[in-house]
Design a protein around this ligand. Structure first.
Ligand SMILES: NC(=O)c1ccc[n+]([C@@H]2O[C@H](COP(=O)([O-])OP(=O)(O)OC[C@H]3O[C@@H](n4cnc5c(N)ncnc54)[C@H](OP(=O)(O)O)[C@@H]3O)[C@@H](O)[C@H]2O)c1
Length: 243
């Protein structure tokens, strides 16, 4: 398959109800990609699928449910017959003093940011191996490259997916499957409760945050490289972020 064109490809995007996932869904659909949107917020992903038209569908699911990965892959294959791209993007954020948080919340974060990613990748790999092609991208974070002390559990989760991507990429060399991570610094979006365009624009003007669409453009860049190129790590931070 032509890796420089996204037309007619099939992409599964987790965490598509807002932020980076929704922005990427819009860009991929504009390039002619068929997208399966998944998140827990049914109304949001259904509205986005309606906006994107017939090339999109919504699959409401919680990634902490072990059944979600296999059901997602099965549904994409049933609807579209193939899976070209997995953007394992869904994630949650817990900052703060380690001793002040609750271990059950930490377990939920790991279930979402790490185990959920692994389950989705595990579920799509048989189809990608059969096709002898595929792109797996994980939304990591600058927190996966730098040990950020004010968000220890989140930082640990993003280090874990970085390690997963680097090792899995090497296991899949012979399968013509590319594996990479996009690692943004601060993105002004729903993760921080920043939803007003004026507030986002203020951050952008001050160079203190990226927009979700900036990350989506980087993801399109990674996905449209010629077949001999894997962008293994793409780290992008707002110009004034001191990390
Ligand atoms: N914003 C930043 O500054 C920033 C920086 C670096 C990396 N990141 C990473 O970027 C990724 C996307 O986050 P974002 O910035 O776009 O924030 P966001 O708008 O809050 O997006 C998070 C997405 O994950 C989904 N999600 C969370 N828990 C889920 C679960 N259990 N099951 C299914 N879906 C779940 C959410 O949907 P529902 O709530 O509808 O399920 C939502 O669509 C995350 O991995 C995040 O760690 C963000």
């Amino acid at each position: 398959m032509d890796t420089t064109s996204l037309a007619d490809k099939v992409a599964i995007i987790t965490g598509a109800s807002s932020g980076i996932g929704a922005a990427t869904a819009r860009l991929l659909a504009a390039e002619g990609c068929r997208v399966m949107l998944t998140a827990r917020s049914q109304a949001k992903i259904e509205a986005l699928a309606d906006e994107l038209g017939t090339a999109a569908c919504a699959f409401t699911a919680d990634l902490t449910d072990p059944a979600t990965g296999p059901r997602l892959a099965e549904c994409a294959l049933g609807m579209f017959g193939r899976i070209d791209i997995l953007l394992a993007n869904a994630g949650i954020y817990i900052p703060g003093e380690f001793t002040e948080g609750h271990p059950d919340d930490y377990a939920t974060l790991i279930d979402t940011n790490v185990t959920g990613v692994m389950r989705c990748i595990h579920a799509v790999l048989p189809a990608m191996r059969d096709q002898h092609s595929g792109d797996i991208l994980i939304t990591s974070s600058i927190s996966g490259h730098v040990d950020i002390h004010w968000e220890p559990v989140y930082s640990a989760s993003k280090h874990a997916v970085e390690s997963l991507a680097h090792t899995l990429r090497r296991q899949l060399l012979g399968d013509n499957i590319r594996v990479g991570t996009v690692a943004p610094g601060m993105v002004a979006n729903e993760l921080w409760g920043i939803t007003e365009e004026a507030a986002i624009a203020r951050h952008v003007a001050e160079h203190t945050a990226l927009r979700s669409v900036d990350v989506a453009r980087a993801i399109v860049f990674m996905l449209t490289q010629p077949p001999h190129i894997t962008i293994r790590d793409l780290v992008m931070v707002p110009q004034r972020q001191d990390l």
